[in-house]
Write a protein that binds this ligand. Structure first.
Ligand code: KIV
Ligand code: ZN
Length: 399
């Protein structure tokens, strides 16, 4: 299977690795049941590929791959595998019940990994990669090859490996920034170079897998897409090794919101992004920071008076996406010490109190004092302030 991008050149395949790269990071491990629950949410979200684990890593991982692949319908299910026959066979066994299955082979290509980790020469790495992919193709139609630490690999050697594994039958070529070292302009050049080099394999999909060590995983992934990648490897909430993987919700919404720049689309139902994020957070007991892009509590919340005034006039003044498009109920205008008179009067009106004259002035002064003390003023607190202000100064009527 050469992927959906074969049929539509502008379709970006979303390969979700929340349950593998995400789950292998400290603090994010999940039981088989938790993985099943999350996989169901990922399938509902509309991801194309779910990397359910690394079958050869442990009996628990093999069981998770087997159950996720056997019990959930829709996406392609995938297992990670070293470039070893025994791993490939373990993945094959675990993926037996999946109607659509993929093998994901990885092998390091960079000089530092070849010397320090593999103790292999470049020629030996090349030969091992080709042997593994050729063997894998006897069991799987859909084989992805990842050149681990691709970004720190000599460009000529990386291109040679990619061309050789494509010739051996790899259907997806993943170029991981394993250590989150690249930059948008550099990774764009690397993808463009590999794209030229494998042009004689038109069905082969180039894939980006970026880590976030320098905070550039999403930017680098987008740059790879601009340079021709048609698969993005992502994790919900950006979980993954060290600083994490490219955040699914961020790259999907960037591609959608800036369709004018990228001209591509995914199959993700973006209205389920917030629920997928909250579910993962609950399953792993890892809260999402308030200011997290797309799914954080503040992503569509406004407190500053000037912003609230703009938002009340036209939400497009300060929001580039609709909160409903990612699964929030709506915008949250938070009342606090930065809020202005206009927003307070509007909220009071929504609660059924139309304040005028002295009463509004008095409410505003008391509101600021109280907000300095407690921060956010919720509806109950606001009503108490309104009642106090109107008891002393009148000037209220039913809104
Ligand atoms: O970061 C990485 O290189 C990986 C590979 C196994 C794809 O996770
Ligand atoms: Zn990774």
């Amino acid at each position: 299977m050469h992927g959906l991008a074969d049929r539509d050149p502008n379709r970006v395949i979303v390969f979700d690795t929340t349950l593998r790269d995400g789950e292998q990071a400290p603090g994010f491990s999940m039981s088989v049941e938790a993985k099943l629950t999350m996989a169901r949410a990922l399938a509902a979200l509309g991801v194309d590929v779910i990397e359910a684990g690394f079958a050869a890593a442990s009996p628990g991982d093999a069981e998770a791959v087997r159950r996720v692949a056997g019990e959930i319908e829709g996406p392609i299910f995938c297992s990670l595998s070293r470039a070893e026959e025994s791993d490939i066979r373990a993945a094959y066994g675990a993926l037996q019940s999946a109607p659509k299955r993929r093998l994901h082979i990885f092998l390091s290509t960079s000089p530092i990994h070849r010397a320090a980790k593999l103790e292999m020469s470049a020629d030996e790495v090349l030969e091992k990669a080709v042997r593994a992919v050729s063997f894998a193709r006897t069991l799987f139609d859909d084989v992805e090859f990842s050149a681990e630490d691709a970004i720190r690999t000599e460009p000529a050697f990386l291109a040679e490996v990619m061309e050789a594994v494509a010739a051996a039958g790899a259907t997806t070529l993943n170029i991981p920034d394993t250590v989150g070292y690249s930059t948008p302009s550099e990774i764009g050049r690397i993808f463009a170079g590999i794209k030229r080099r494998v042009a004689r394999f038109p069905g082969v999909i180039l894939s980006a897998h970026c880590h976030n060590d320098l905070g550039m995983a999403v930017a680098n992934t987008l740059s790879a897409v601009a340079a021709g990648a048609r698969q993005v490897e992502v994790a919900v909430n950006g979980i993954g090794e060290r600083a994490g993987n490219c955040a699914l919700e961020e790259v999907v919404m960037a591609l959608r919101t800036r369709g004018d720049l990228f001209g591509v689309h995914t199959g993700v139902d973006t209205t389920k992004l917030v629920s997928a994020s909250r579910l993962l957070s609950a399953l792993t007991r890892s809260p999402v920071v308030r200011n997290k892009a797309i799914v954080g509590a503040n992503a569509f919340a406004h407190e500053a008076g000037i912003h609230q005034h703009g938002m009340l006039a036209d939400a497009r003044t300060y929001e580039i996406m609709r909160p409903q498009d990612v699964g929030f109920d709506g915008t949250r205008l938070v009342l606090g010490k930065h809020s202005g008179r206009h927003a307070i009067a509007k909220r009071a009106e929504a609660l059924g109190y139309a304040l005028t004259g002295n009463a509004l002035g008095h409410l505003f002064a008391n509101f600021k004092r109280r907000a300095d003390e407690i921060g956010e003023i919720d509806d109950a607190e606001l009503i108490a302030l309104i009642l106090a202000a109107t008891a002393d100064h009148g000037g209220v009527h039913a809104a």
